[in-house]
Every structure is written in C-alpha cells, then in structure tokens.
Design a protein around this ligand. Structure first.
Ligand code: HEC
Length: 218
C-alpha cells in the first residue's frame, strides 16, 4: 500500500481536529468553570454536594430517573419552563460543576427536576411519599411507585422509628406496621433536596435576559 502513511496521517488529523474541536474547546469554555464567590455573603456557589446527596445522584442514575426527567431549565424565550415555574431562571453550565456526571436527560415524561427542591411543597417527607406511593401525595399522578426502596416492617415495641415515613390513606402500611426508607431512598431524597439552583450569578445574568421578540411573533 503506497499511500498508507498519507491515509494514516489523514485519518489521524481528522480525528485529532474533531477531538480538539469538540472536547478541548468545550472543556476550555465550560469544563474548567470555578465556583463563584459571592462578594457580600462570601459563599461559594454552587455549594458542593454533600456525601449522601452524591450517593443519591448515583441512585438517581442507577434507577434511570433521567429516562423520564430532565435537569435543565430552559431560558425564557426557549420554552415555557419558567412560566411553568420549573425554575426562576434558566440553568447555567456553572450550576452543574458540583456533579461528577451530569444527568440532564432528554425526554420529559415528567417535569424537569433541576429546581424541584425549590417548589413550595418540596420536603423530604413529600419526596419519600412520592417514591413509596405517588398517589398518596399527588392524586392522579403518573409517576411510577418505587416501593422497593422502602421496607414495610412491624413496629418494634410499638414505637415507630424516627425514620418512618408518614403515609396516610389507602397506601398506609396498616396497624402495627411502619414504612422505613432504605439507605438508597435516603440518599436519593437527599439528592432531590439538593436540586435547587436559585443563586443568581452576576457573571451569567445576560444569558437569562428575555429573548428578543421574534419577528411577526407569536
Ligand atoms: C416512567 C417515567 C418516570 C420515571 C422512570 C420516573 N418518573 Fe418521576 N415523574 C414522572 C411523571 C409523569 C411525573 C409527574 C406526574 C404528575 O404530573 O403528577 C413525575 C413526578 C416526579 C416528581 C415531582 C415533580 C414535581 O414537579 O412536583 C419527582 C420529585 C420525581 N418524579 C422524581 C423521580 C425520581 C427520583 C425518579 C427515579 C427514582 C423518577 N421520578 C422516575 C415520571 C417518571
């Protein structure tokens, strides 16, 4: 093969250029973003995930929550996410630097979860109820139950565990029994409680400026 070296170099250059263009350029632009230090509060944003919330991120990934849920609030003008109150602002690249792998997702069978902990009704109790028996906290919901993340066990000495989840209505565990989250459920709920990107970075504010009105707009 006379032209072997030329072909090899050609293929190498093509791959090297695309690697540099797609990965290096993106890394330079957003991959090395640091935390932002609030000049008044002196806090670092975004705050790193706690250990248990980081474990919960792995559970979220493991259980495939990202198949039905996205984690990206679109800017005003790019969709109705802000009108739907899925967040007060669009998501910035910097919001994600606290996560080792980002679970943005691509299909929205359920609502976007990037800011789910900022919803007025959000609490650990609500998330446990939703995972154990979705109907018990959100009647008519399509969210699938994740009952296997909980243990239904008899009360020990008639004293409920301090971890027991309060479930009322037809899904209640019955007299003498309690619903206790497994460590996976606890980690997952800690992760859900961390999904709250409400800090307004002065550096990124322009990205959230209202989009210019479209011509002949609707
Ligand atoms: C088969 C698709 C599907 C999967 C898988 C799924 N969900 Fe959902 N989820 C939904 C739907 C649909 C809703 C909204 C239902 C409604 O409107 O009440 C929802 C609602 C929610 C909500 C409430 C959101 C809000 O705005 O109040 C949370 C939190 C949630 N899901 C977390 C999870 C977690 C964590 C997992 C993984 C363990 C998961 N979901 C897996 C479909 C899914």
């Amino acid at each position: 093969m006379k032209n072997g070296l030329v072909i090899f170099l050609g293929v190498f250059a093509t791959l090297a250029f695309s690697w540099a263009g797609m990965l290096l350029a993106a890394h330079k632009q957003i991959g090395a973003l640091p935390q932002f230090k609030d000049p008044v509060e002196q806090t670092l944003n975004p705050a790193p995930l706690t250990g248990i919330a980081d474990q919960g991120r792995a559970v979220y990934q493991d259980l495939g929550c990202a198949v039905c849920h996205t984690q990206q609030v679109r800017y005003a003008g790019f969709g109705s996410d802000i009108e739907r109150k899925w967040g007060e602002r669009g998501s910035f690249a910097r919001d994600y630097i606290r996560e080792k792998s980002v679970l943005i997702g691509s299909s929205r069978i359920g609502p976007d979860l990037r800011n789910v902990a900022a919803r007025p009704y959000a609490s650990a109790e609500f998330f446990h109820g939703l995972l154990y028996a979705p109907e018990s906290v959100a009647p008519g919901t399509n969210m699938p139950a994740h009952t296997f993340l909980y243990e239904v066990r008899p009360l020990a000495g008639n004293q409920p565990s301090h971890k027991a989840v309060k479930i009322s209505g037809p899904h209640a565990p019955g007299d003498g029994f309690e619903v206790v989250p497994t460590s996976r459920a606890e980690a997952l709920v800690a992760y859900l409680m961390s999904l709250k990107d409400t800090y307004n970075y002065p550096t990124e504010q322009d990205l959230n400026a209202p989009a210019p009105a479209k011509e002949g707009g609707h």
